[in-house]
Write a protein of this length. Structure first.
Length: 273
């Protein structure tokens, strides 16, 4: 009667299990979190129209007619800046702060950044969550908590971003008030490089009387251009300026008969751009 030893089979099974275990461990160890979305995806820069930023306009006053084109553009740019800040200022600060913290991978396969940050005079406890979708996009969600504002783990914004962070969209939500939990705005962007970007912010809420407004913003260094559609007045305003020389123009239906109005690097009116 022939006898067969079971030891070789046992060794083979044990070796196979060990190999699988090592492979699984290596796969988990090598897995990296997605790169954080660029803060530039929430940035529209109007500093050229700010006296303190451009360092030039402190030498003249708004009642001087020779600077009227720039001043008219500046007033409209500040309206746009107000809309942008209302929707993007706090989310941008909170997103940028994530760069200082390391994420953790949860059992559900989500990467989570947990941290706190002050914004607009309030301290927020934050959870920024990233998951990879089937089409190689990354889905992002930011939840915030602030006991003083009586909000607890409330969704501030969410969106879908390409895995290289070059394009995507954000949807922003109201944290409190009658519109709490409702989408208030949406932003789409495409960032080719640090010198080229295109963004569109659309207002979805009437909380500040801007329902239906949108702002298109483009940067092709050193030139910046913004187009503002005022839905209530059904008017479109275009402003373009050079971020290095500060010369630019405005086209608005209720200014200069709707014709292009230009200014030079000293903010003085000129006949052409």
């Amino acid at each position: 009667m022939r006898r067969y030893s079971l030891l070789p089979a046992i060794y083979l099974i044990a070796a196979s299990l060990l190999l699988v275990s090592c492979q699984d461990s290596t796969s988990l160890t090598d897995e990296q979190p997605p790169q954080l979305p660029p803060v530039e995806s929430m940035n529209m820069d109007f500093s050229a129209f700010d006296d303190e930023s451009n360092g030039k306009s402190a030498n003249f006053t708004s009642d001087n007619e020779s600077y009227s084109h720039f001043f008219n553009a500046a007033v409209r740019a500040m309206v746009m800046k107000g809309i942008v800040n209302t929707n993007l200022a706090i989310p941008k600060v909170l997103l940028q702060a994530a760069e200082n913290f390391e994420p953790e991978l949860t059992d559900d396969g989500e990467w989570t950044w947990s941290y706190s940050k002050d914004a607009n005079g309030n301290n927020f406890e934050i959870e920024l969550i990233a998951t990879t979708s089937s089409n190689e996009q990354v889905i992002w969600q930011m939840y915030v908590t602030n006991s003083a504002l009586n909000i607890d783990n409330v969704l501030l914004f969410e969106g879908e971003v390409s895995d290289d962070g070059s394009s995507g969209y954000w949807t922003y939500y109201a944290l409190f008030g009658n519109e709490a939990g409702n989408a208030v705005s949406q932003l789409e962007w495409n960032i080719s490089s640090e010198d080229q970007a295109e963004l569109r912010l659309e207002v979805l809420s009437d909380r500040n009387g801007n329902l239906g407004d949108y702002i298109d913003y483009a940067f092709d260094a050193p030139v910046k251009r913004t187009t503002y559609y005022n839905a209530a007045e059904d008017q479109l305003t275009e402003i373009e300026w050079n971020s290095e020389t500060y010369e630019g123009y405005i086209i608005a239906p209720n200014y200069n008969s709707g014709e292009q109005a230009c200014w030079n690097s000293n903010f003085q009116n000129v006949e052409s751009c």
